[in-house]
Design a protein around this ligand. Structure first.
Ligand SMILES: Cc1ncc(COP(=O)(O)O)c(C=O)c1O
Length: 397
């Protein structure tokens, strides 16, 4: 089933704030794992709206959930109870380490909320001195003042200083952890089990385990940012399942409501118990419309058959990328897990991405020389093979 085609407009407006380097084509509809532009050209989408569209385009189940949700309440605010958000919170608790859930409207907002929760809890243990938040080299946690301070991109940060205080970035070095994670001053450590924007870097299991060991011993909250790598993307419900440790707080967003804006903060009872009525809030968070759609998405992407499919397609993608690297000599490294893969290429990633786009394949970078592969989780074996073949043509051109 294709998504509805709105009226075609080909004019490029000057009315938008020019903060995005957008590709020139205008998309008007989508079908399965393809997007269709105003001229009718089809593109195989290996970006999924940056890890959002896990079910692809025009998915009948998602369309049905959306239509049903649209027939119900859209919004009542958090002054009142509504069932979809309560059901979704129960579901996320059952699927994870967590006992409590707070809903936000984006990934950055979820991380900002996580910082607040961690600080509130740590203050109860160590007073105001225990407030520092530590992120790691290569991290991306968002573009708001707190999350930007935890995001390792100098050009995103510099024009906006001063950023939120008490938040800093350290090396991903095992030997530095003991000194850096000071029990008196550090409230929280935040990490992506697989860094997305930072180059598709799978953090070492031993490194994350040591972070967990030290944070537990020193009463420091450990936050996992699974905004990009969570909810089925790596072939397990959450990426942390492969690490043998769980966090105190975890943030989700991107695929959660199938393309509608929604984030979530998942928290253990121990840490959540520090939060009192009035400590945090948002007008739209967890509203009945988005939450109803998210209930459908979460059921779908956590289905064991879907997770097995992601693992199989991920293995196919990895093997294909390695083979292309060997045949073309234009790939320096292949990294990732499940359907979150990256390659380092020998020329600027933007040039390969542009040639791939001309050939009808959509890709996204993760740094100057890294190309990221984030296809919809529902992608077929034939479409993975087709994407690999288009990539090889783009690399060889
Ligand atoms: C790991 C991670 N955290 C946080 C964010 C920020 O999410 P949002 O763009 O919804 O604010 C992103 C977005 O790319 C992300 O990949």
């Amino acid at each position: 089933m294709a998504t509805m085609t709105p009226p075609v407009s080909t004019a490029i407006t000057a009315s938008l704030l020019p903060v995005y380097k957008r590709a020139p084509m205008e998309f008007v509809s989508g079908e399965g794992v393809e997007l269709i532009d105003a001229e009718g050209k089809r593109y195989l989408d290996f970006t999924s709206g940056i890890a959002v569209n896990a079910l692809g385009y025009g998915d009948p189940g998602l369309q049905h959930a959306l239509h049903q949700a649209a027939d119900g309440l859209l919004h009542v605010s958090n002054l009142f109870r509504t069932a979809p958000g309560e059901q979704l919170a129960d579901k996320l608790v059952q699927l994870s380490f967590a006992d409590r859930v707070f809903f936000s409207n984006s990934g950055a907002e979820a991380n900002e909320g996580a910082f607040k929760i961690a600080r509130r809890w740590a203050r109860g243990i160590g007073g105001p001195a225990k407030h520092e938040i530590i992120a790691f080299r290569g991290a991306f946690h968002g573009r708001l003042f707190g999350t930007l301070a935890a995001t390792d991109r100098p050009n995103y940060r510099m024009p906006f200083r001063p950023l939120a205080g008490g938040i800093s970035i350290m090396e991903r070095a095992l030997e530095d952890l003991d000194l850096a994670l000071n029990a008196e001053t550090v409230a929280a450590v935040i990490l992506e089990p697989i860094q997305g924007e930072g180059g598709v870097r799978v953090l070492e299991k031993t490194f994350v385990q040591r972070v967990r060991e030290l944070t537990k011993a020193r009463q420091i909250a450990l936050i996992f940012d699974e905004i990009q790598c969570g909810l089925g993307r790596t072939g397990t419900v959450f990426a942390y399942e492969g690490l043998g440790v769980s966090p105190d707080i975890m943030t989700l967003a991107k695929p959660l409501a199938g393309g509608l804006p929604m984030g979530a903060i998942l928290v253990t009872e121990q840490v959540a118990s520090a939060m009192q009525p009035g400590d945090h809030g948002t007008t739209f968070g967890g509203g009945p419309f988005v939450a109803a759609v998210a209930n459908h998405v979460v059921d779908r992407v956590t289905d064991p058959a879907m997770l097995a499919h992601v693992r199989a397609r991920g293995a196919q993608l990895r093997a294909g990328l390695e083979a292309i690297g060997e045949r073309t000599g234009r790939v320096r490294a292949v990294r990732g897990l499940g359907l979150m893969m990256g390659i380092d290429v020998t020329e600027p990633a933007a040039e390969v991405i542009s040639r791939a786009r001309d050939l009808g394949l959509l890709l996204v970078s993760a740094g100057e020389h890294t190309i990221r592969f984030l296809p919809p989780l529902v992608i077929s074996e034939a479409d993975v093979a087709r994407g690999l073949s288009l990539l090889e043509q783009a690399l060889s051109a």
